[in-house]
Design a protein around this ligand. Structure first.
Ligand code: AMP
Ligand code: MG
Length: 396
C-alpha cells in the first residue's frame, strides 16, 4: 500500500501508540538521567519560592511609604532571615535571594535610591509585590512539576535537584535491533573489493536510535538470500523494535518483505510518496513493529528520522513524538518535480533565518548529508519556490 508522507507518519504514530506495552522502569541517579523518559510524576516538596524572595538588590519597603525618605533599620542577605519586622517609613537593605522581612511588601532597586547613613531616599512610586517573588508563585507544595512521559534534559534535571530528588524512575530504553542487508555490504573495518560498499547504515542508525532514547543492537549483515535474512530477522525479533536497511526495493534479490510475509507479518504500508526513501516498509510481526528502510544511506537516515524515530520514542514511553518543522526563508530559487514530499539536504544560516539547498548527487550521497545541517521539506503539489519565500525545514 502506498501512502503520502502525512498518512504514513500518522499511521506510525497511531499503530505504535495503540499497541505499545508500558516499558519497565528503573531508578537511576538524576545526573545520569539526561535523555531518559520519566516514569513517575514528580511533585513539589514545598512551595517555590519557599519564602517571599527578593529578585533585586535594594531595600525592602512598604509600597505606601514611597516616594519618600525612610529609616534603614537593618540588612538581610541571601541565606539569612530578618528577625524583626518593618513598620511605617522603615526600610531593610536586602540582597537578591534573601527573604522579604515581615511587614514589607515591595523591594526598591538600589539603583533607584540614595543612601545617607541610616536614611534612604526613594524617588519613585512602587506597587505592592514589586521586585520580589511571592511564596509559591512558581509551584505550590504537592503540585506536579514533572510528568510521566516527559523526556529529561537540563532544565528537568535542574527541577529534580530543586525538589531534592537525587534519583528518579525512568523507563527502560527500548532495545532496537539493526539489521543491515546486502551481498555487497562489508563491515566498516574491512578493506573492500572494488565492487563492495562499507556498512555505514548500521552506524548512522545506531546513533539515531541512541538519540531517540533507544538501545541499539547491531546484528551481522544479512545476505540477500532467504536463509540468512530469515535467520537474522528471527534473532532481531528478541528486541522491542526491528530496523532493517536495504532489501526492500523491487530488485530480484530484495527479499525482506517475502521473509516477513512468511513469518506472518502484517504490513501497514510498503511505499511512501517520499524522497529519499520511497520503498519504505512498516509492519508488525510476532507482536513487534519493524521498519524496512531503503538501503541508500540518505534514504535510511531520512526515513529513520521522520518515521522510525517516533516509534523508538513512543516505545520508550515518551508522551509524544513530534516532528517539528520550522520555517525559513529560501536564499535561492528552488524547483522540484511534483508528486513527492522531499527531505533534501540543506544549510540553515547561522542566525536561523535563511536556508539553501545543499548540492547533492542523490540518495547515496553521504557527503551532502554530512555537510548539511538541516533538510528542506517540500510540498508534493508544488513545483517552484522563489528566493525570499518561506519553506519548511527539519533541523538535523
Ligand atoms: P537496497 O535498498 O538494498 O537496494 O540498497 C540501495 C543502495 O544502498 C545500494 O547501492 C546499496 O549498496 C546501498 N546500501 C545498502 N545497505 C547499505 C549499508 N548498510 N551501508 C551503506 N550502503 C548501503
Ligand atoms: Mg540491497
Amino acid at each position: 500500500m502506498t501512502l503520502s508522507f502525512e498518512q504514513a507518519r500518522a499511521c506510525v504514530l497511531r499503530e505504535v501508540s495503540a499497541a505499545r506495552p508500558v516499558p519497565a522502569t528503573e531508578q537511576i541517579p538524576a545526573l545520569e538521567a539526561a535523555g531518559r523518559v520519566l516514569a513517575e510524576t514528580v511533585f513539589a516538596d514545598r512551595d517555590y519560592p519557599p519564602f517571599p524572595r527578593a529578585a533585586r538588590d535594594g531595600f525592602a519597603v512598604r509600597a505606601a511609604d514611597v516616594p519618600g525618605e525612610l529609616h534603614v533599620i537593618g540588612e538581610v542577605r541571601a541565606g539569612e532571615i530578618y528577625r524583626g519586622s518593618l513598620s511605617a517609613r522603615e526600610a531593610v537593605e536586602i540582597m537578591t535571594g534573601a527573604p522579604l522581612p515581615a511587614g514589607a511588601d515591595a523591594v526598591v532597586m538600589v539603583e533607584h535610591t540614595e543612601r545617607e547613613g541610616n536614611r534612604v531616599r526613594v524617588g519613585r512610586a512602587l506597587t505592592p509585590g514589586e521586585n520580589f517573588g511571592a511564596q509559591g508563585q512558581e509551584a505550590r507544595i504537592g503540585e506536579s512539576v514533572l510528568q510521566v512521559g516527559q523526556r529529561l534534559a537540563f532544565a528537568q534535571i535542574a527541577m529534580l535537584a530543586m525538589v531534592g530528588r537525587e534519583c528518579a524512575a525512568v523507563y527502560r530504553k527500548p532495545r532496537v535491533a539493526i539489521i543491515p542487508t546486502g551481498d555487497e555490504i562489508v563491515e566498516a573495518g574491512v578493506n573492500p573489493e572494488r565492487f563492495q560498499i562499507r556498512n555505514s547504515n548500521a552506524w548512522s542508525m545506531a546513533v539515531q536510535v541512541g538519540r531517540a532514547g533507544g538501545d541499539p543492537q547491531i546484528l551481522p549483515i544479512a545476505r540477500d538470500n532467504y536463509e540468512s535474512t530469515r535467520g537474522l530477522i528471527e534473532q532481531g525479533l528478541d528486541a522491542d523494535l526491528l530496523l532493517l536497511s536495504g532489501g526492500v526495493s523491487a530488485g530480484k534479490y530484495d527479499i525482506v518483505e517475502r521473509v516477513m510475509a512468511d513469518l506472518g507479518a502484517e504490513f501497514f504500508f510498503d511505499r511512501v510518496l517520499l524522497q529519499p526513501g520511497q520503498p519504505l516498509v512498516f509492519g508488525r510481526v510476532r507482536g513487534k513493529f519493524f521498519f524496512g528502510l531503503p538501503g541508500n544511506p540518505a534514504s535510511t537516515m531520512v526515513t529513520f528520522e521522520v518515521f522510525a524515530r517516533a516509534a523508538v520514542e513512543l516505545l520508550g514511553g515518551a508522551q509524544e513524538a513530534p516532528l517539528r518543522l520550522l520555517q525559513a526563508r529560501l536564499s535561492k530559487d528552488f524547483r522540484q518535480k511534483t508528486g513527492l514530499t522531499r527531505f533534501l539536504p540543506a544549510q540553515v544560516s547561522a542566525d536561523g533565518s535563511t536556508v539553501a539547498p545543499e548540492p547533492w548527487q542523490g540518495s547515496g550521497d553521504i557527503g551532502a548529508l554530512s555537510r548539511a545541517n538541516a533538510f528542506l521539506v517540500t510540498e508534493p503539489d508544488r513545483e517552484s519556490w522563489a528566493a525570499g519565500e518561506m519553506i519548511r525545514v527539519l533541523l538535523k
